[in-house]
Design a protein around this ligand. Structure first.
Ligand code: FES
Length: 121
């Protein structure tokens, strides 16, 4: 698992460096149901799009702790998601982890363009 994560991180770092970050379409705004998460993969990166009372949030789907899928976690009213594996919580807007800065989740900037969502990655 760790080796796979290291290889994936290396691949992503080299891939993103080569092409540089830019705004990428991730779907129509109404494709993301309320109080749910949906995963899209762009540029090889699994991205979880959450839509709850706090609005839309776009974060990396891979939990920074041990790689579980955050989109399968539990949404909380305080705007955080609880990882299904070890129950750490990650704030959807900042990526901050409930146990401290060691495991911050990746948060993507996003914007709405003509009824569609674009993430910067
Ligand atoms: S894998 Fe997410 S908290 Fe451990």
């Amino acid at each position: 698992m760790i080796r796979w994560l290291i290889r994936a991180a290396r691949f992503l770092r080299e891939n993103l460096k080569r092409r540089g970050p830019r705004w990428i379409d991730i779907g129509a705004v109404d494709e993301f149901p309320f109080n749910a998460a949906r995963v899209v993969v762009r540029r090889g990166v699994p991205i979880a799009v959450f839509h709850d009372e706090t609005g839309i949030s776009v974060i990396g789907d891979i939990c920074p702790h041990m790689g579980a899928s955050l989109s399968e976690g539990t949404l909380h009213p305080d705007g955080s998601v609880e990882c299904p594996a070890h129950r750490m919580r990650f704030h959807l807007k900042t990526g901050a982890c409930s146990i401290g800065p060691v495991y911050s989740a990746r948060v993507f900037r996003f914007r709405r363009q003509n009824g569609r969502l674009e993430a910067f990655l």
